[in-house]
Design a protein around this ligand. Structure first.
Ligand code: NA7
Length: 670
């Protein structure tokens, strides 16, 4: 750590002109944090902080002379460290960190967040989420813990990296010919991430070279590929094989995983001690059951199965759906098509972010690469900008007087702010405004980022159709009111079968009971979204109720889940367990609490349908917890919440059995 710090400092000051040029062009808040960390000078923090009004870079109004002082002081501090060959500064105490963080984002960062922020940003340790053996692994049967991971996307890769670090043998099974998961499959024009990229990346593998704040698919896919190479995980992947079934054999306490080549061919069986699914929630496209869909003679495809061979230039194109995929794809193709008819069933809310289309400035790129802690502090800011800030505003106020439109005062203010943006974009087009403003509260469906959507709707070659589709013919979409849209191409931006989690795999646990039997068609449940009773040695990443809809990055959740699973596997190896299974009462208490919490939140609003919930209006996909709470819940694997068995022995609760573990209590315990 010391060496790399000094090396970095020396490199930073090698060319003072380059350093000064970069600082002049870089974000002031992370720069200020670095300065305070290097110097311990809280006076400059107090001077600058009042001019910072939020965590996004565009929310500061620091006067130029003050900015220049920060830059000059930082140059001096770096030079001082370089010349004196000083050791890196110690991590400031929690109180100082809280003061720094609060100043850096212009809001009070509560004390309880400090540990998760220090961990996420790696301010104290290079890789604080690595799971280490508590006993000498040389004397443990580590090699007997064979793990099969299903899926080579972000989640499967993270799991593979961690297992490799622990020396646990594993194989990743991937249905596609290469890595990337959802970032491989979704190739539609305009496909991009809507979580800021310097946070939407592994904490242990920051990428300082993102060219945009919200990168496009190819760059994200490249990052995944790079991580596969960097951590040498590709050689553990079997590509082009699909898992059809996995069955737990109680006699051997092992999973038999049936695979078949994606291209067709003979089935094969693999045996493993533990099975981890990393297949995502948005894996299987939802194809709408519109009468006549199969009669259409022109090209018709789903956004996640984009047909690059179909030229769209000069064509009349229909896009059905106005969710996140349509929001990105439609504005990307609108300029080249002859006509674009967008079929909206329900409008979505979309928020404007000035950084959404921007590239990362040259100054920021330079500082990320050269200045110690700059990347960590930038990550902190983005974490804060997009984490739990809106969580409180998504709770229903039972006394609120406009419950159809919003949930509470803060949510209503959000509604007004979002509406104001649309109004401005549509510049007086009241008809269009009436069509695109949702009747339900903000965040009822996934909050989208305005990808110049409203401007696109004003284009002369774009029509927003809000009537109901009746049927599709060989060359047209016919509306209920009899109007006909003749089109050449139909694009289905109709989303995914999110509630049908893990489908179409058949997962059979104890007694041959399948996960489908346990969950029904669309009612998945799990403890912490990770593990379910009746399914020993089985773990899910991005399982039930782990999607994030109030903020955050799904990669943060993946890392929480992977750490937890690694701890569970460590427990098995160190204690010599052949099987481990969550206690039903622990699972049930957790899900009861989860359902109660969801019931008070925006996603169960009666005026909204979304992929977050099932037909019975139960939220099955999305997490109701703050990022902080989920981090706490998954930080430590608790053996007493499980039953375990050594080979040939009956299942029992390890150690001192607790009568019941109260998830509510765990939620408040740090
Ligand atoms: P979404 O967000 O599920 O959106 C699907 C859209 O398709 C939505 O507007 C639906 O309208 C519409 N839809 C679905 N079925 C039909 C039928 N039968 N007729 C008309 N319109 C229909 O999927 P996306 O792919 O955009 O995004 C999924 C997630 O991927 C996204 O949130 C990110 O996390 C990444 P509805 O709103 O149901 O009335």
């Amino acid at each position: 750590m010391r060496n790399s710090f000094q090396e970095q400092v020396r490199r930073a000051v090698r060319d003072e002109a380059a350093l000064r040029q970069a600082l002049a062009d870089a974000d002031i808040a992370p720069m200020l944090m670095v300065l305070v960390q290097l110097t311990g000078d809280l006076a400059i923090l107090d001077e600058v902080a009042p001019h910072i009004h939020g965590a996004w870079s565009f929310l500061e109004s620091v006067p130029e002379p003050l900015k220049q002082r920060v830059r000059d002081r930082l140059v001096e501090a770096l030079q001082d460290y370089a010349v004196a060959d000083r050791a890196p500064p110690p991590l400031p105490p929690a109180e100082t960190l809280q003061r720094m963080m609060s100043g850096g984002v212009g809001q009070t960062v509560p004390e309880e967040y400090i540990p998760v922020l220090v961990e996420e940003t790696r301010l104290a340790e290079e890789d604080p989420r690595a799971v280490h053996w508590r006993r000498d692994p040389a004397g443990l049967p580590v090699g007997a813990m064979q793990v099969v991971i299903v899926g080579a996307g972000f989640a499967g890769l993270c799991m593979g990296i961690r297992l490799k670090q622990m020396g646990i043998p594993f194989t990743i099974l991937e249905k596609n010919p290469t890595v990337g998961g959802t970032w491989l499959e979704n190739r539609y024009p305009g496909c991009a991430v809507d979580t800021p990229n310097h946070f939407f990346s592994y904490s242990f593998a920051p990428n300082h070279a993102w060219t945009r704040h919200f990168s496009q698919r190819p760059e994200i896919h490249r990052y995944i590929e790079d991580c596969f190479e960097r951590f040498d995980i590709r050689r553990y992947v079997r590509f082009g094989v699909e898992v059809t079934r996995a069955a737990f054999d109680e006699a051997t306490a092992r999973w038999a995983v049936t695979i078949r080549p994606s291209a067709g061919g003979a089935e094969e069986s693999l045996s493993c001690r533990a099975l981890v699914t990393a297949v995502g929630q948005l894996n299987r496209p939802a194809i709408p059951s519109i009468p006549g869909l199969d009669d259409f003679k022109g090209p018709l495809f789903h956004t996640a199965r984009w047909d690059e061979a179909v030229p769209l230039a000069g064509k009349r194109v229909a896009m059905i759906g106005t969710g996140a995929s349509a929001m990105q794809a439609a504005p990307a193709i609108a300029p080249e098509v002859a006509e674009l008819v967008v079929f909206q069933r329900t409008p979505h809310w979309a928020v404007h972010n000035p950084n959404y289309h921007k590239t990362v400035s040259a100054g920021n790129l330079w500082c990320l690469e050269h200045i110690p802690y700059f990347g960590q502090w930038l990550r902190f800011q983005l974490f804060w900008a997009g984490s739990d800030g809106f969580h409180a505003s998504l709770q229903v106020d039972p006394d609120w007087t406009q419950p159809d439109l919003s949930l509470n005062e803060a949510n209503h203010r959000m509604r007004e702010m979002l509406t104001e943006h649309v109004r401005k974009e549509l510049a007086g087009d009241e008809d269009l405004l009436a069509k695109v403003i949702p009747g339900y509260p903000p965040y009822g469906k996934r909050m989208l980022r305005d990808n110049h959507w409203y401007r696109m709707l004003k284009r002369p070659n774009v029509t927003l159709e809000t009537a109901q589709i009746e049927r599709i013919t060989e060359n047209a979409i016919v509306m209920r009111d009899g109007r006909v849209h003749e089109v050449d191409v139909i694009i289905l931006a109709t989303g995914f079968q999110a509630s049908k989690m893990l489908a179409p795999m058949e997962i059979a646990g104890r007694g041959g009971r399948t996960i489908r039997a346990a969950w029904g068609e669309d009612d998945p449940r799990a403890y912490l979204g990770i593990t379910a009773p009746g399914f020993p040695n089985f773990f899910m990443i991005y399982g039930p109720n782990t999607n994030l809809a109030h903020g955050g990055s799904i990669i943060f959740h993946h890392e929480c889940q992977v750490r937890y699973i690694c701890q569970a596997l460590r427990e098995m190896v160190e204690e010599g367990y052949a099987s481990l299974e969550v206690r039903p009462e622990v699972h049930d208490a957790y899900n009861h609490l989860l359902d109660e919490t969801c019931r008070r939140m925006v996603w169960t609003h009666p005026g909204v349908t979304s992929w977050y919930k099932n037909k019975a209006n139960r939220v099955t996909v999305t997490s109701p917890w703050r990022l902080l709470d989920y981090w706490k819940l998954t930080q430590h694997f608790v053996p007493a919440e499980f039953r375990a068995a050594r080979p040939g022995e009956p299942m029992q609760v390890p150690g001192q059995a607790r009568a019941a573990v109260d998830s509510a209590e765990r939620l408040t315990v740090s």
